[in-house]
Design a protein. Structure first.
Length: 400
C-alpha cells in the first residue's frame, strides 16, 4: 500500500487516501446499522427505544463538544478521529455480549450503549469534517468522494441484507468493528488539514467561541438544525417499527438503507455544478422538502417493501443534497481556527434534537400509530424549511 502511494503525486495520493477515509468507513458502517433491529428483537418497544436513543444523544452532546474542543486545542482533527474511531468500534462490537433476556437487561443496555456513544457518537461527524476540510484545501471534489462513500454504503448494506439470515443480527456488531480496521489505517495515512492550536485573544490560551455565536447566519443555521434533526431522528429511528406495522420483515431494513444511500449519489456528484448555479443556503433549504415527501408517502399509502422503496427515493435525493450542501455551508460560516468547534456545536444541536425526537417520537408512535406518526414527521421537516427560509430575511451574512 505504502509503495503504491509513494508512486503517486501528492494530490493524487491524498485523493486515494480520502477515498479510503470515506468509502471504507461507510462500507464498514453499513454492517453496524442493525442496532434498532437487534433491540427490537430483544424486547424493546418504540418507547423503550426512544428513551435509550435520547440518553445516547445526551452523551453525544458531551462527546462531540469535548472532542471538538480537543481537536481545536491540539490542532489535529486526524488524531481525534483515530481515537474515537478505534475506541467506538471496539466498544460497539461488545454490545451483543451484554446479557439479553434478563429482567435487568434493558437497564444494562441503556447504560452500556450510551457509554459506547461517547466515542462512536462523534465518529461520523469527525470523519465528514476531515473529508470536507481536506477537499476544500486541496480543491478536490467533495461530492464525488462522498458519493463513493454512499455507493460503498449501498454495497455494504446489500451484502449484509443478503447474508443476515446466516450471520444473525447480533453478529453485525463485531463484523462492523473488524471491517472498520482498514478505515482506521486510512485515517492514520490521511493528511492533517491546515489548522493551528487555538490560543484565544492575546495568545494566552482559551478559545474565543463568541466569534461563532456573534455570527447571525451560524446561529440561524443552528436553529434550523434543531428542528430538522428532531424530524430526522423520528424518521430514521422508527423505520423498523413502521415495517413491522406494515407487515414488512425488518430483516429487509438493509435494503431500505442501501436504496436510500444509492439515491444520495446523484446530487453528490452534481454538487460542484449546483454550487456554481444555486446558493448553498438554497440547496440546504430544498433538502428537507424532498425528505418530507418520503414521510408523506409512508403516512398516506406505503404498505409494502415496494411502496416504501418508492417513498425512500425522495429521502435519498434529499439526504444527498443535504450532505453535499450543509457541511460546506457550515465550513464557510466558521472562522479558520474554530471549524472543528463549529461542527462540534452543530453536531451537539443535532444530538439535543435527537433527545427530543426520540423521547417524544417513541411515545407518539406508540400512541397514534405508524402512519399518523410519519405524517407528523413530514410536517416537522417542512417546518424546518420554513424556519430556515425566514432566516434569509434581513442582513445577509450567509455565504452564497
Amino acid at each position: 500500500m505504502s509503495r503504491f502511494l509513494s508512486r503517486l503525486g501528492p494530490q493524487a495520493r491524498h485523493a486515494v487516501i480520502l477515498v479510503g477515509v470515506s468509502g471504507v468507513f461507510w462500507f464498514a458502517w453499513a454492517f453496524g446499522c442493525y442496532q434498532t433491529v437487534y433491540l427490537q428483537s430483544v424486547g424493546f418497544t418504540a418507547s423503550n427505544l426512544g428513551v435509550l436513543n435520547a440518553v445516547s444523544s445526551a452523551v453525544t452532546i458531551a462527546s462531540v463538544s469535548f472532542w471538538g474542543m480537543v481537536s481545536d486545542r491540539i490542532g489535529s482533527i486526524r488524531r481525534v478521529l483515530i481515537i474515537v474511531l478505534a475506541a467506538g468500534s471496539a466498544l460497539y462490537a461488545l454490545v451483543p455480549f451484554v446479557p439479553a433476556g434478563l429482567p435487568f437487561s434493558p437497564l444494562l443496555l441503556t447504560c452500556f450503549i450510551p457509554a459506547v456513544n461517547f466515542f462512536r457518537g462523534s465518529v461520523a461527524t469527525f470523519n465528514e469534517n476531515l473529508l470536507v476540510r481536506n477537499c476544500n484545501e486541496l480543491r478536490l471534489n467533495f461530492g464525488v468522494l462522498r458519493g463513493l462513500g454512499s455507493l460503498l454504503f449501498t454495497v455494504g448494506s446489500v451484502i449484509i441484507a443478503c447474508v443476515l439470515p446466516a450471520v444473525g443480527v447480533a453478529n453485525t456488531f463485531w463484523v462492523s468493528g473488524l471491517l472498520m480496521i482498514p478505515a482506521i489505517v486510512c485515517v492514520v495515512l490521511a493528511r492533517e488539514p491546515n489548522s493551528k492550536p487555538s490560543r484565544g485573544k492575546g495568545g494566552k490560551g482559551g478559545m474565543d467561541l463568541g466569534q461563532l455565536f456573534k455570527n447571525r447566519a451560524y446561529v440561524s443555521f443552528l436553529v434550523f438544525t434543531l428542528v430538522f434533526y428532531i424530524a430526522a431522528s423520528c424518521e430514521g429511528n422508527f423505520i423498523p417499527y413502521f415495517m413491522q406495522a406494515a407487515g414488512v420483515s425488518s430483516q429487509q431494513y438493509g435494503i431500505i438503507l442501501a436504496y436510500r444511500a444509492l439515491l444520495e449519489i446523484p446530487f453528490l456528484l452534481m454538487m460542484v455544478r449546483l454550487r456554481q448555479r444555486i446558493p448553498l443556503r438554497v440547496l440546504v433549504l430544498c433538502a428537507p422538502v424532498l425528505m418530507s415527501l418520503e414521510c408523506l408517502g409512508f403516512g398516506l399509502f406505503a404498505g409494502s417493501l415496494a411502496g416504501m422503496l418508492f417513498c425512500c427515493t425522495f429521502f435519498g435525493l434529499g439526504n444527498g443534497l443535504f450532505i453535499g450542501s450543509s457541511l460546506n455551508y457550515l465550513y464557510e460560516l466558521a472562522p479558520d481556527n474554530l471549524k472543528a468547534s463549529a461542527q462540534a456545536f452543530y453536531a451537539s444541536i443535532s444530538s439535543v434534537a435527537g433527545i427530543l425526537g426520540n423521547l417524544v417520537g417513541g411515545m407518539v408512535f406508540d400512541a397514534i400509530g405508524a402512519k399518523p406518526f410519519y405524517l407528523a414527521v413530514a410536517g416537522a421537516y417542512l417546518l424546518s424549511s420554513l424556519i430556515f427560509l425566514l432566516s434569509f430575511k434581513g442582513k445577509n451574512a450567509a455565504p452564497a
